[in-house]
Design a protein around this ligand. Structure first.
Ligand code: CA
Length: 229
């Protein structure tokens, strides 16, 4: 089955040209001409890659990229009309996989699409991203987000969160968490986990005293909520 590429672009002529080249290269193509539509098509078609124009009517490409990242690790190539924009885009850490500056040759686009797919294929992209409610953790990119905002976590907090989020519902003892998140098992230091959990809750929970993500399992330790929304 040919891989599907979603082209999000409001210039009809450009869409036609890209579609032609991509289909000739063996890809299936879905298209959307604005941001809202793009998200609907994305959810429906589950494309292998998204070619996303930055300047779209209504919801712009940045917001579309954020929304896609929130629910999927599908590679995104951002298309921008200005070279100066690329630095800004990279600074935003949107999680786009590549950037193309207009004007480009359709051949170049096909080559970049192939390159990004090659790079991301085989990698267990979906499994490396975990979401729960407003929380997202991306193990590949080593980042965590809350409501699309990057969380500033210490390495220990990040490791703790990743261990917990990868195993929703599983109760961990403090010792297990020490071992898995810090690679350290100094007995007697188990309570340091409590301090890390406390800090983590301050950063991710709306009400740290009444957590909805990281739950205390009395007499055991902690677990990540199975049905956090
Ligand atoms: Ca445009």
């Amino acid at each position: 089955m040919s891989k599907k590429i979603l082209i999000v672009e409001d210039e009809k002529k450009l869409v036609g040209i890209l579609k032609g080249y991509l289909e000739q290269a063996g890809f299936a193509v879905a298209t959307a001409s604005d941001g809202q539509h793009a998200l609907a098509v994305f959810r429906h078609e589950n494309p292998a890659l998204v070619l996303l124009d930055l300047n779209l009517p209504g919801m712009d490409g940045l917001d579309v990229c954020r929304a896609i990242r929130k629910e999927s690790a599908a590679p995104v190539i951002m298309v921008t009309a200005r070279v100066e924009e690329t630095d800004r885009l990279i600074g935003l850490e949107l999680g786009a996989d590549d950037y193309i500056v207009k004007p480009f040759s359709p051949r170049e686009v096909v080559a970049r699409v192939r390159a990004v797919l090659r790079r991301t294929e085989g990698a267990p992209t979906r499994a490396q991203t975990h979401t729960a409610g407003d929380l997202l953790i991306d193990l590949d990119k080593h980042l965590a987000r809350l409501n699309d905002r990057a969380l500033e976590l210490t390495p220990t907090e990040f490791n703790l969160l990743s261990v917990l989020m990868q195993n929703p519902g599983r109760a961990f003892t403090r010792l297990q968490l020490l071992d898995q998140a810090l690679g350290d098992t100094f007995e007697g230091y188990e309570r340091t986990i409590d301090a890390h959990i406390k800090n983590l809750r301050q950063k991710i929970e709306r009400d740290p005293k009444n957590p909805r993500y990281i739950l205390t399992v009395f007499g055991v330790g902690y677990k990540f909520a199975e049905d956090a929304e």
